[in-house]
Design a protein around this ligand. Structure first.
Ligand code: NAD
Length: 311
């Protein structure tokens, strides 16, 4: 499958490496407004590919080179500087998405292509890309809270002394400060979190939960403070999503897609079944009243910010 990536900065380069390492793309096209950067990345990555899979990696000097792509990943735009929120990028990155999406759509098969959005503020950019592309909502997919859910799995697994693979727990809502942990439906293996804690004598107080949630929500800020940007985690998330699409795995992933009509439409992350046709089905986990209300609040924040860009 041919995969194109638009925006080859820290994130785009790491995503390209991670996609290459899936071994599922026969061709990867890299485009950046900074052509020198894209060409250098393609060359470097091409050398790395000599040690792994036989994949053709090229830099595109214009959008015609993405023709035939079944998946186009958008990771272009400004990133957060230390202390900045994702929403602080709203207007800058709305301009970037508005520039890129029509150019992509002029060069891909709209009956087949899937757009994968990585640029922040993620959910608002998903809404904008879906509107501009006129693609079905199921085929404009934001990596959403996949990364936040992974962070939750890792942090929770350490405090419970189990593998992150055995943690089934979701972060839902905005990929941002209003995201929520859906504690009520969390399981360890097939055992409800509370039961697991009782059986293993592991106290899980409200305070512990609040601390874990705080660490999940502030992880990106901590990483940005330490290394200037985040890229490895999101690259893992993007590659996992692409794998589920290319292999038609129908995995349940917390991705962000637009739901609803007109003024009531919004994109936030929910568990969704993701396969070759995109994110085809949304699932509603069991949540308590507070979680439902926090999720609605999160959706309102996304919608309000989409309205602010006036598109
Ligand atoms: P970066 O500054 O390293 O790279 C951005 C790249 O985009 C640059 O190479 C730039 O030339 C390119 N670009 C800008 N405008 C463009 C345009 N109109 N057309 C083509 N290319 C263009 O930034 P980064 O650290 O790679 O972050 C990229 C985006 O990914 C940011 O919005 C960041 O917030 C986001 N991000 C998202 C997640 C997530 O979980 N969704 C995680 C990390 C970063």
């Amino acid at each position: 499958m041919k995969v194109s990536i638009i925006g080859i900065g820290s994130v785009g380069s790491a995503v390209a490496t991670a996609v290459k390492n899936t071994g599922l793309a026969h061709e990867i096209v890299l485009f950046d407004i900074d052509g020198v950067r894209a060409r250098a990345a393609a060359e470097d990555l091409g050398h790395a590919a000599a040690f792994s899979y036989d994949v053709k990696i090229t830099a595109a000097s214009n959008y015609r080179a993405i023709k035939g792509s079944e998946i186009v990943i958008i990771s272009a735009g400004a990133n957060q500087k230390p202390g900045e929120t994702r929403m602080d990028l709203l207007h800058k990155n709305a301009a970037v998405i508005s520039d890129i999406v029509p150019k992509i759509m002029a060069n891909v098969d709209s009956k087949n292509v899937k757009l994968v959005i990585v640029t922040n503020p993620l959910d608002v950019m998903v809404m904008l890309a879906q509107k501009l592309s006129k693609l079905p909502a199921s085929r404009v997919i934001g990596t959403g809270t996949m990364l936040d859910s992974a962070r939750l799995h890792v942090i929770l697994s350490r405090s419970l002394s189990v593998s992150p693979q055995s943690v089934n727990a979701y972060v839902l809502g905005e990929h941002g400060d209003s995201s929520i942990v859906a504690w009520n439906c969390a399981t360890i293996g097939a055992i409800a979190l509370n039961d697991f804690c009782k059986q293993t004598n592991t106290p899980m107080t409200d305070n512990t939960r609040a601390t874990i949630e705080h660490r999940v929500k502030t992880a990106a800020y901590e990483i940005i403070r330490g290394r200037g940007a985040t890229w490895d985690g999101i690259a893992g998330a993007a590659a996992d999503l692409i794998r589920s699409i290319i292999n038609d795995e129908n995995r349940i992933l917390t991705v962000s897609t637009v739901e609803g009509i007109g003024k009531n439409s919004v994109a936030v992350s929910m568990p969704r079944i993701v396969g070759n046709n995109g994110a085809t089905r949304t699932l509603i986990p069991q949540m308590d009243k507070t979680e439902v209300s926090n999720l609605q609040h999160s959706a309102k924040i996304v919608r309000k910010n989409f309205d602010l860009i006036g598109k």
